[in-house]
Design a protein around this ligand. Sequence first.
Ligand SMILES: NC(=O)c1ccc[n+]([C@@H]2O[C@H](COP(=O)([O-])OP(=O)(O)OC[C@H]3O[C@@H](n4cnc5c(N)ncnc54)[C@H](O)[C@@H]3O)[C@@H](O)[C@H]2O)c1
Length: 264
Amino acid sequence: MTLPVPDISKNLFDLNGFCSIVTGAGKGIGLTLSQALAYNGSDLVLVGRSAGGLEAAADSIRAIGHKVRTVVTDVTAEDAPEMIVNAAMDLSRRIDVLINNAGFMTFADMLEVDDKTWDDIYSVNVRAPMRIMKAVLKEMVKAGRGSVINIGSSWSSRASVFNLDGGGVDYCSSKAALQALTRAAAQDVAPKGVRVNNIAPGAVDTPMHADHRDLLYQFVKYIPLGRMGMAEDLAGTAVFLASDASTFITGQTIHVNGGMLMVD
Ligand SMILES: NC(=O)c1ccc[n+]([C@@H]2O[C@H](COP(=O)([O-])OP(=O)(O)OC[C@H]3O[C@@H](n4cnc5c(N)ncnc54)[C@H](O)[C@@H]3O)[C@@H](O)[C@H]2O)c1
């Protein structure tokens, strides 16, 4: 099954009629990307752990004028994939987009990293996106279309988080695993007309950095475009990858980081 060549006389970024799922949607990058998809026409399934945070996020989607469902769950829960797919099918009977965004960061040093820290970060940053992606891809394959966007990190291509004093064997390698998973999954579903890509943000000022904001801002001098990244900086790439504007792109990682890492 091949995807049609885009009709350039239409708005290629139009998401009207789409149903999109975003994990970790209560705050930070996930909240902003959910709103960006809604502004471009999509209904939303918002996934997160905090009922209060998700309800506020859902209100903001309704205010934009779109339908929304919330799924309150830890993404690592065994039944999370099933709950998420059911919510989307109940809302719209289709799934066009999945943004696997929920994740967290730790700064473990190679000589000190312990098994629990390692297992926890791989459980949230790699295993959960894989399981949710698998459940969603089954629906997308049936439909013969769909776009999965994993949220990786530019730190996956660096030796340590912030490259200051080292630290980050757990986080950097988990995001590199997600990037490799993106490529491998993309290959498996491409013949079915379904796409899987990875957005790799650089340093982005979100609640994730609340307890080390000074450290975060020390990094600005390494960002060629000269300022800290904001969640809004990722919105254009997410809408692009979600939409029919990117129907010939799959298995790719797009770095959105103000130029802090210039790779091919
Ligand atoms: N902020 C950055 O500088 C940056 C850079 C590169 C990549 N990223 C990635 O972007 C994504 C979003 O990060 P952010 O900066 O918005 O973080 P954040 O901490 O501000 O928000 C993360 C959201 O994910 C949710 N979440 C985390 N673990 C979860 C779980 N187990 N189950 C359900 N929900 C969970 C949190 O509750 C929160 O709502 C993460 O995957 C992160 O690794 C962030």
